[in-house]
Write a protein that binds this ligand. Sequence first.
Ligand code: 3HC
Length: 311
Amino acid sequence: EDIAGLAAFEAILAEDSRIEPRDWMPEAYRKTLVRQISQHAHSEIIGMQPEANWISRAPSLKRKAILMAKVQDEAGHGLYLYSAAETLGTPRTKLTEDLIAGKARYSSIFNYPTRSWADVGAIGWLVDGAAICNQVPLCRASYGPYGRAMVRICKEESFHQRQGFEILLELSQGTPAQKQMAQDAVNRWYAPALMMFGPPDDDSPNSKQSMAWNIKRFSNDELRQRFVGMMVEQVKVLGLTLPDDQIRFDEETGKWQHGSLDWNEFKEVLAGRGACNSQRLERRREAHQDGAWVREAAAAYALREQRVEVA
Ligand code: 3HC
């Protein structure tokens, strides 16, 4: 360890300031950031698939345009995050190879199927809502490029959540069949959305160190209960219900309690045995192959431009 470097690193953290790419940092700090930021980036890119499934089947031109904009935003979020990960010395080609080889994690939530149009609303309202809960504190992450990427992402995420909420509200106020479709989607996406926040605190090996390094500002359970508190109010406006009759506010602890979650299901999904894991990876592999010509053309163009500048 570099004594002076470590002292400078710890001083920056102590004043809750930012570590920048050229600052000295412990290898373990760099490693956990590449781990988290690359997984976050992979989540954004894989997360395009469940919703893209409904772009060609959106119920109106307006809904199609909004959904296309959202899916394109997710691609951009992936781009910002791969760029942030690259400032730590790992090229995105390596990160993409790991994802395609099935060696990289991405958020559990994207391994669930989107069975109806209402799922696009439930994803916007619940999944992007959970993402906002998790990502707002990350705007203050100690690693500069990550925190700054989050600021831009969170701005777009709030549009994502609003459009999801509006889809559910429209369905809930529609025919009884439409209302039932919306309720069915909320019933299927509620628990997986709560599990997005990660395992319970007493089963979260990275949390303690991540919090000591000001990467993670609040624990998994803290953010999860905060999210439940937000959804409890919003679901009333939707005229729908959350599939959890154990939700209550604990006056003593000041925290929201909720029903137990199926952590075996979570572990199965993380082990690649979720409903859609293999199809998500297969689609990502295809997209990478289909896009090879674009990468080759861009590289050839850049090389030619370089030659023109040198000549
Ligand atoms: N999906 C997949 N893996 C998960 C997970 C999840 N929901 N939650 C936890 N894990 C993994 C962790 O990566 C870790 O495995 P690893 O050591 O091999 O990386 C293990 O389970 C133990 O979890 P920990 O709590 O110890 O791990 P972390 O401290 O990293 O906390 C986290 C997990 C809260 C997800 C944190 O990594 C984080 O905040 N990541 C950034 C946010 C993010 O990735 N969000 C994903 C959603 S992107 C999105 O929502 C797109 C939206 O716009 C639609």
